[in-house]
Design a binder for this molecule. Structure first.
Ligand code: DC
Length: 225
């Protein structure tokens, strides 16, 4: 860890485009990247694989503390691989089941606490783009740059629908919208690290905006600061 490495925190709800925008910003800046959602998904997935009761905070926190999560660049320009205890779980953590498990375990304070150091370790020179829900509020409150990305629930559902359809999955727009609304409510109402913009975050609504436009607006936060 290096406390002096600059951090660009990008927070916001599922489907606001954080992953795509964070990746593009990290590539442009030449900074490291933390996909904190993948860490919650990995622990949700690992807990499920171990048949843990997802409401058993102590057992899931133990799993969070002992599970090894590695991010590997495949080196061919493809997606970062997520390795859990030595096994490639890149696709497994992206399923709706893993997403629901992640959302459930993310509401447990003991689990969030067990994952703090894993996330802080990503802060290394020349800088870090941190993508999540509480990057600017809890994990890196001293981040020099903070952005909160939002988009209407309808647009986020539509983006997710297109992604899943492209993968050949059988989903309906209505069910995705329902799930997104439920997850938003759960992520925003939990007592620990609820989803909200940091007081000093720049809020950017991505509804109807192209990816390059949003990337430029985010980079402008870094360049004009
Ligand atoms: O961004 P995502 O969809 O991959 O996140 C999966 C879940 O993890 C989501 O329900 C919210 C939770 N999460 C969190 O609570 N805190 C973070 N910093 C990142 C994700």
């Amino acid at each position: 860890m290096n406390d002096s490495a600059p951090v660009l925190a990008i927070d916001g709800p599922s489907g606001a485009g954080k992953g795509t925008i964070a990746r593009a910003a990290a590539d442009w800046l030449g900074w490291h990247m933390l996909d904190s959602g993948a860490i919650y998904r990995a622990i949700g997935h690992a807990s499920g694989a171990k048949d843990l009761d997802l409401s058993d905070a102590e057992a899931v926190a133990r799993c969070a503390a002992t599970t090894r999560i590695e991010f590997r660049d495949p080196g061919d320009g493809g997606d970062t691989r997520v390795i859990i205890d030595g096994e490639d779980a890149t696709d497994a953590i992206r399923t709706e089941t893993a997403g629901a498990a992640a959302s459930a375990i993310a509401a447990l304070p003991e689990v969030r606490k067990a994952l703090v150091d894993k996330q802080l370790a990503f802060r290394r020179p020349p800088g870090l783009v941190a993508d999540g829900r509480d990057m600017g509020t809890v994990i890196f409150p001293d981040a020099a740059f903070k952005v909160f990305l939002t988009a209407s629930a309808a647009e986020r559902a539509e983006r997710r629908y297109k992604q899943l359809k492209a993968k050949g999955l059988d989903v309906t727009l209505a069910s995705l919208l329902h799930e997104i609304e439920l997850r938003d409510a759960r992520d925003a109402s939990r007592t620990v690290a609820p989803l909200r913009p940091a007081a000093d975050a720049v809020v950017i609504d991505t509804t109807g905006q192209t990816i390059p436009t949003v990337v430029n607006r985010v980079l402008a936060v870094v360049q004009t600061a």
